[in-house]
Design a protein around this ligand. Structure first.
Ligand SMILES: NC(=O)C1=CN([C@@H]2O[C@H](COP(=O)(O)OP(=O)(O)OC[C@H]3O[C@@H](n4cnc5c(N)ncnc54)[C@H](OP(=O)(O)O)[C@@H]3O)[C@@H](O)[C@H]2O)C=CC1
Ligand SMILES: CC(=O)N[C@@H](CCC(=O)OP(=O)(O)O)C(=O)O
Length: 345
């Protein structure tokens, strides 16, 4: 059995990690940390886990983690992760960080978009960007994973095949993305309260959202040149789900069949990627699952392709992909514990 710890276990991404690991056939939760609820059972905080996971929450304790864990998931706010990760690394456990702290190849990019010094650039260099379908071979041997952001997973996977095939103009890419409210975490911030969010939609952080830099890092690697994108996130009245609509100008007279072939070839054999033909994704079809659904349409009039992609922000966008990373790092079947399709009516 893989012995797993979860820090920030009572947050939305943390509890989703706990829920997935509780059903994982070859992993068990041996340590779960919370500042606010230390001393309580996790099932007292989330009663839906009663009888499924009743572990008692502790303060972070590196000596205990060293003794009890092979891998630790840090589901903490960015900034808090990089404070604890050096000690975890010294304790010899593998680390899967769900925050933005270990996603960058260049600390200067982090510092520019997060507005704070990175503090542990040597460990940042050792980390691998955990977008499983793109970095599987590096993930296998990694000790620290920077698990991707939710908007970024949905956006990068929608555009990577087109850039890889050099099918689109690299200059004018636009990503318009919508997220459910769990994307903001378990916060008491008024902006995310029921009456502010229900029956309402709003764009935010236009041209400044930190995920822009993560998307640009990965798309540039694939394209082999610097890619800049317009990225506009929106908050929509859903609990879970991200839908991204990406626009790119085509470099030639591509048909829908040509574009389908580009996507199908790029994601050949990828269980968690469902390329749709003559259909478009819906957040309901991926909720509670590790799937990404990708559909598209060529706009012949404008010689443009519009790609629509959907994920569950807490699953493929956070905890599910984190467990997918664990499976790869420990040589398990990548689908272990996360193979099922979700189901929401
Ligand atoms: N929500 C989402 O859809 C996604 C989130 N992420 C990332 O995952 C991480 C966790 O996000 P999410 O679960 O949404 O956030 P939450 O706010 O829901 O949970 C974070 C938890 O961490 C603990 N915590 C808060 N502040 C600190 C601190 N300063 N030091 C130590 N612990 C702290 C709190 O638990 P306690 O008080 O019990 O210790 C809190 O509940 C973030 O970095 C986020 O960006 C990534 C992808 C998607
Ligand atoms: C709706 C909402 O607020 N979403 C979050 C994204 C959550 C996430 O994936 O962000 P990290 O990069 O911090 O892990 C946001 O826009 O900041």
């Amino acid at each position: 059995m893989i012995r797993a710890g979860v820090l920030g276990a009572t947050g939305y991404a943390g509890i989703e990690t706990v829920r997935i690991l509780s059903n994982h056939p070859t992993a068990e939760i041996t340590f779960a940390a919370s500042k606010t609820y230390a001393g309580k059972k996790i099932s007292d905080v989330y009663p839906n886990l009663k009888g499924v996971c009743d572990i008692v929450l502790s303060e972070v304790d590196i000596a205990q983690i060293k003794e009890k864990c092979d891998v630790v998931f840090t589901a903490l706010p960015h900034g808090a992760s990089k404070e604890v990760i050096p000690s975890l690394y010294d304790a010899g456990v593998k680390i899967i960080d769900l925050s933005g702290d270990f996603r960058y190849n260049d600390e200067k990019v982090y510092e520019k978009w997060y507005g704070a010094p990175h503090d542990c650039p040597k460990l940042l260099k050792k980390s691998v960007y955990g977008l499983c379908e793109l970095h599987r071979s590096e993930i296998k041997n990694a000790d620290i994973i920077g698990n991707p952001g939710c908007y970024t997973t949905c956006s990068i996977m929608a555009l990577a095949p087109l850039l890889n095939a050099k099918a689109v103009d690299t200059k004018n890419i636009i990503i318009d993305a919508k997220s459910g409210v769990t994307g903001a975490g378990r916060t008491t911030n008024l902006d995310y309260s029921f009456c502010e969010c229900t029956e309402n939609m709003r764009a935010y952080k236009i041209a400044t959202h930190r995920h822009t830099s993560e998307i640009e890092q990965e798309l540039s690697l694939i394209a082999g040149e610097e890619i800049l994108v317009s990225f506009t996130p929106h908050l929509v009245p859903l609990k879970r789900g991200i839908l991204a609509t990406s626009y790119a100008n085509l470099n030639g007279d591509y048909t829908d069949d040509d574009i389908y072939k580009i996507f199908a070839d790029f994601y050949k054999g990828e269980y968690f990627v469902r390329v749709l033909k003559d259909a478009l994704p819906e957040t309901n079809h991926v909720a509670g699952s590790n799937f990404i659904d990708i559909g598209f349409k060529v706009d012949k009039r404008l010689k443009r392709v519009v790609v629509s992609s959907a994920i569950d922000n807490l699953f493929k966008g956070a905890a599910g992909q984190a467990v997918q990373n664990m499976n790869i790092m420990f040589g398990l079947d990548e689908k272990c514990g996360i193979a099922n399709g979700g189901f929401y009516l």
